[in-house]
Design a protein around this ligand. Sequence first.
Ligand SMILES: [Zn+2]
Length: 140
Amino acid sequence: MIRYALVCDGSHEFEAWFSNSAAFDEQNQRDLVECPQCGSTGVRKAVMSPAVATSRKREATPESKLKAMAAQVKAHIRSNYDYVGGDFAAEARAIHAGDKPERLIYGETSPAEGEALRDEGVPVAPLPDALAPTPPKKAN
Ligand SMILES: [Zn+2]
């Protein structure tokens, strides 16, 4: 088995396993290799950056440091914040007004609603996609 770092024509990066390099070429030619994010079959092998031969320990690139940081932020939010989904605005207001006990929450709201909350003095901040944790699966 061989693992390839792949990239689609929409610049999504992903990895896939093939039995050998010929298998990848063949499957890709027959449009059987699909981007898991957008379903594009315009897939090619990603260009790998060469390992630095001079230093024994490979330096973490700013990119990978950023990714590691983002993962930490996501994990932190997931374990310390309660997910309230679409009730975010209502929950944030209730907590701010003292109607509900203070706690850390995250969830979804519209940009306009987020703006309104900030105007009301409710301390909220939008999370960039890269830092937003995947919401926990709904328990039902
Ligand atoms: Zn894609």
